[in-house]
Ligand binder design. Sequence first.
Ligand SMILES: Cc1ncc(COP(=O)(O)O)c(C=O)c1O
Length: 450
Amino acid sequence: MLTERLRQLDQAHVWHPFTAMSAYAKEEAPIIVDAEGFFLIDDQGRRYLDGHSSLWCNIHGHRVPAIDDAIRAQLDRVAHSTLLGLSNQPSIELAAELVRRAPAGLNKVFYADCGAAGVEVALKIAFQYHRQKSGGREERNLFACLGQAYHGDTVGTISLGGIDRFHSLFGSLMFPALRVPSPTELDQSTIDTLDRLLAEHAGQFAGFVIEPLVQAAAGIRIHPVGYLKLVRELTRKYGILLIADEIAVGFGRTGKLFACEHESVTPDMLILSKGLTGGYLPLAATLVTDEIYDAFLGDPWKGRSFQHGHTYTGNPLACAASLASIQLFDEHKVLENVQRLEVVMREELAPLNTANPIQNSIAQVRQRGVMVGIELVRDRQTMESFPGPMRIGHQVTLACRRRGVILRNIGDTIVLMPAPAMPESLVRNLCRAVVESLHKVLANPRPLDV
Ligand SMILES: Cc1ncc(COP(=O)(O)O)c(C=O)c1O
């Protein structure tokens, strides 16, 4: 009874993001009512392994006692109070903890309430910083970003976006940004192209926004080793702020707490969200250097303060969840677990790269840490895509769902993103369900029948 009622109300009133609503209505998607560990449970009592960390944010599983207790304890004190001219205990303690763990030199924390808002904060800080910095104000209005970049869905962040499916429709709304080719290898031509592009517009760039190491929403595109370091050297050379968007790659997914650590890079700004609260509550943090922060100081009436703020900035419940989640990284040795899982996933997915009946449809299996993208094509030799109406990637996620695994595809790339703390046995089950689903769908690809 309850199921019927919920389904009717869902269809009557809820508009789901990035969802083809006409098809959704026919798919009878699970209605999640409960969770236990790394499983989501629907209204029928069916259990699903959360194979994409509830959209790349869950870290330690669901209903984690330490995080639940931290939120409850905070709830007994105060649920929300503003940071505009006031403060609250969890946001102070969290800021200190983030600074302690982030690359050295990022000493100030500005909170927002979702990833895209965290990126918007960074863009506006960069814009205002150059106009107020010591050593001479500059009107730098341009941002550099990568080909196939994704940094969120607000109008500012889509201006940096380079994924046609998500962004091209909104072209006339966007501000101009200069796109640098997403690197595939780090050869002399990559280095020269980047140097030339940055040099040509050097005095105009306010910042270079980059997802370090892995472009997640581009379908888990992995950068060559050394590229981030190169970007750091060149942005420094041309006085451009390096803005690292670690919203997807941060909090352990690449095997270190922050992806920048792999190349010993300190960006000028570091943006965190998603895993920041263990995947519990919405929160973002934009960390900046003292040099940037100092440019916003001065006599209060001179208008140098940062002109930005969100109602739920530094929400105490979210900050309390975050503090508890960060603590668990140490207690449960989560980063060591990711290093183990990286090997396990490589091993489980290796058969996709060897001779097998569906090999011709596997264009590439890309992996860094526990982030995996399996790109599907109709013909691997010609790289011909499957026809759009077949929604082959979506078919694979539906096949996974029938096997008790929740995943999401990005077009025809299947993304696996287990929680960094997931036990090895569950990660093996996840990979096996995906391989089985790929075989089921690709052995005899047909049009989608919903
Ligand atoms: C790299 C990156 N930046 C920004 C965002 C936007 O975050 P949110 O969806 O919380 O606005 C995402 C979301 O997937 C992301 O992957």
